[in-house]
Ligand binder design. Structure first.
Ligand code: ADP
Length: 464
């Protein structure tokens, strides 16, 4: 059977966590095991070297008989299977030995003997001793303890090996006991840290199924998952606004198309009735034309806003003198203002240049002036002024018109939005959307300050 890595991130993190735990704890255990082994071996060697020194001193003090007594005493206290001591003469002949029956194969090493005979210091070595039951490892030392007297001491490593075996068993048992809880801790930690991701993915599924008001709880911990949740919430909120905006726009378009189409249909119906005179037919055709123009105007305005909203990259730009643009626009609207007995004035500063699309800027200003004239009563006034600072140029269109209610001021720049009081006037609610799209496409903005009954000021700010 092939082992398949689980597909969830939590399982994979747990596996990683367990694998890292295994590698690190096994390394730590093995490291400690081998260091202990090395330390014990060193200790054995030092003990054996000390033995040679002690026996050398004993030899000086009490002679060979004293050494023999001490050898017998040590063998009796430690046990003949643990320690083996042998004295040899300068020819390598055994002079005295402890019980050799348990230390078969423990011969005097010829090379060590020659080394010592040549005046070298004590020689350490290892040997495998044939015991009755089984073989055992031992450490041996061979060294001179007096004139022509060689001592060979061997110490069984059995106890050390038993200790190392016990140590290994403890380590292995601890390791086996710990791996389960460690994997469990890893699993809980992975689940805990991924709970936020799960919540976001559940919320995303709900959004995909149409719940656009779904939000993920953000607990202000500031970690990556919290940031993901906060970003997700912002994205869903934006999506919600966009979709509602689109729905509203579709409703508005349908609404605005319905009336002219209904009128065109009514005209056609009237024209089909046989009782009509030529004049009736002509009047009906003229009405149809007018309604068609209104429809075209609505469609063109929608396309214009879409084009302007496509952004700065789409617009070809040139050096534009705003004071000239304002002057031209005011000259264009002057006859209408005169007609309505509205005083149209300007307060300009010469040569105020921006990098922009002249045609779009002209149409933006025309929309603002058209509105000002539409919503200002007879004998009112409109003033267009221009101001600059080091970074921006601002155009103000100030009218003494009917003003805009505070509740409507928020929505005035939305597509198709029209205040109730202006429904009788000509228009389709796209003029200010277009103006804002143009200002934005130039890196600027348009704002409104208005008081119902007193007038409005539209301020366009553009970077110079
Ligand atoms: P339209 O003028 O075609 O209706 P706009 O987008 O230009 O569309 O304007 C949206 C609405 O804002 C208008 O219907 C009107 O109610 C209001 N409005 C715009 N300009 C002014 C103004 N200068 N004074 C009062 N109301 C205004």
């Amino acid at each position: 059977m092939i082992f398949k890595i689980p597909s969830t991130l939590a399982s994979r993190l747990t596996l990683w966590y367990a694998a890292i735990f295994v590698v690190f704890s096994a390394s730590a255990f093995l490291g400690s095991y081998f260091l202990t082994d090395i330390a014990l071996n060193k200790r054995f060697n030092e003990d054996l070297l000390e033995d040679i020194l002690e026996f050398r001193m004993l030899m000086q003090a009490d002679g060979i008989e004293g050494v023999k007594r001490e050898i017998s005493r040590e063998a009796a206290s430690e046990g003949p299977e643990i320690i083996f001591l042998r004295i040899a003469d300068a020819n390598g002949e055994t002079v005295f030995t402890t019980d050799p029956s348990r230390w078969k194969g423990f011969e005097l090493s010829q090379s060590a003997f020659q080394q010592i005979a040549a005046g070298g210091g004590p020689v350490l070595g290892a040997a495998t001793i044939k015991d009755d039951d089984d073989d055992k490892d031992a450490k041996i030392i061979t060294g001179l303890i007096g004139d022509g007297v060689i001592l060979q001491a061997g110490e069984s490593m059995e106890e050390k090996e038993e200790f190392m075996e016990l140590l290994f068993t403890i380590f292995a048992a601890t390791f086996v006991v710990l791996i389960g809880p460690a994997a469990l801790v890893g699993w809980f930690m992975a689940r805990k840290s991924l709970r936020g991701v799960e919540e976001v993915s559940e919320a995303a599924l709900d959004v995909a199924n149409g719940s656009l008001d779904r939000q993920v709880s953000v607990k202000d911990r500031g970690d990556e998952i919290e940031r993901l949740a906060a970003t997700f919430n912002v994205m869903v909120e934006r999506l919600r606004k966009l979709i509602f905006g689109m729905r509203e726009m579709t409703d508005s378009i349908a609404h605005d198309l319905r009336s002219p189409l209904a009128r065109i249909r009514a005209n056609a119906e009237t024209a089909l009735s046989s009782a009509n005179t030529l004049e009736d037919h002509q009047a009906s055709q003229a009405d149809t034309l007018e309604e068609c123009d209104r429809l075209l105007q609505l469609i063109n305005a929608t396309l214009d806003v879409a084009e302007a909203e496509a952004g700065a990259a789409q617009l070809s730009k040139e050096d534009v003198d705003l004071s000239i643009v304002i002057q031209d626009a005011c000259e264009l609207f002057e006859p209408i203002a005169e007609d309505q007995e509205i005083e149209l004035s300007t307060e300009l500063i010469p040569s105020c240049h921006v990098n922009g699309n002249k045609q779009y800027l002209q149409r933006m200003l025309a929309n603002l002036l058209d509105n000002a004239l539409k919503y200002t009563r007879r004998k009112g006034s409109i003033k267009v002024s221009l101001a600059t600072d080091s970074k921006t140029a601002s155009i103000y269109v100030h009218d003494s018109g009917i003003g805009i209610a505070p509740a409507d001021q928020e929505r005035i720049f939305e597509r198709f939005f029209r205040c109730d009081q202006s429904r009788t006037k000509d228009g389709c609610g796209m003029g200010l959307s277009f103006a804002r799209a143009v200002a934005n496409a130039h890196g600027g903005d348009i704002t409104l300050s208005s008081e119902p009954g007193k007038g409005s000021i539209f301020s366009v700010t553009l970077p110079v």
